[in-house]
Design a binder for this molecule. Structure first.
Ligand SMILES: [Mg+2]
Length: 236
């Protein structure tokens, strides 16, 4: 494996979407499923969007086939509603501290030295991940690999997919010891540890640095405004 593969989560790791995603999701859910769609008791942080949909529609009592059909309709409506919301109020989405500078350094290094590869590993759908990233002034095409919420049944499944895609793209198998999962929740930590990868946690979300340490993160930082611990890990 020639690269260190750095897989970034999106929400509260790269960007703070200020709840815009949830607003658009709720609008889309009500459009497609009616008032039975509710976020009451549903947890969000670090979870896959299709699983959030499944939890939000528990009271709708859909058959499996209905659930699949409604989920497809929901995803389309959510992407459309989110795009419209951003067109009205896109400036509310901001990158987290240090992220633009860090990604600038890493993408240039990926190009010039070729020893790192950047990717996205997120519970978002591919389209909403792109919308969030670009609304925050970052670019989707800086990330060579992307693994998204509807591409596996669980977050650890996305880690497995990332390693598979790395192998397909480069012709060399991914070594877990050279895969770093960067995220803000216990789910990001768990999906790294499930496959022997390094869990690099940022306390820019709802969990404190101590909670992320307790969840088993290998490295924890308050934010990436000082990326020294990341560069110590991947080499300068
Ligand atoms: Mg997150």
């Amino acid at each position: 494996m020639r690269h260190t593969l750095l897989m970034f989560d999106v929400d509260l790791t790269l960007v703070d979407a200020a709840g815009a995603g949830q607003v658009a999701m709720l609008t889309a859910g009500h459009e497609v499923c009616g008032e039975g769609f509710t976020f009451q008791g549903v947890s969000f942080g670090g979870r896959l969007d299709p699983l959030i949909f499944a939890d939000a529609t528990v009271g709708c009592d859909y058959t499996e086939a209905e659930g699949v059909q409604r989920h497809d309709a929901f995803r389309s409506a959510y992407i459309r509603d989110f795009e419209q919301l951003l067109a009205r109020n896109g400036r509310s989405i901001k990158p987290l501290p240090g992220i633009p500078e860090l990604l600038d350094t890493l993408r240039i290094r990926a190009q010039d030295e070729g020893d790192v590869m950047l990717g996205l590993l997120t519970g978002n759908y591919a389209q909403t991940a792109k919308l969030k990233i670009e609304a925050a002034g970052l670019r989707r095409d800086w990330f060579t690999l992307g693994c998204f919420g509807d591409e596996a049944d669980s977050r650890p499944g996305l880690t497995e997919l990332a390693m598979q895609r790395y192998a397909e793209q480069t012709g060399t198998p991914a070594q877990p010891g050279r895969v770093v999962i960067i995220g803000d929740t216990q789910h990001d930590v768990a999906c790294a540890k499930a496959h022997g990868c390094t869990a690099f946690a940022v306390a820019t979300g709802r969990l404190s640095a101590d909670e992320l340490r307790d969840a088993g993160a290998d490295i924890v930082v308050d934010d990436l405004s000082d990326p020294t611990p990341l560069f110590d890990l991947i080499g300068n």
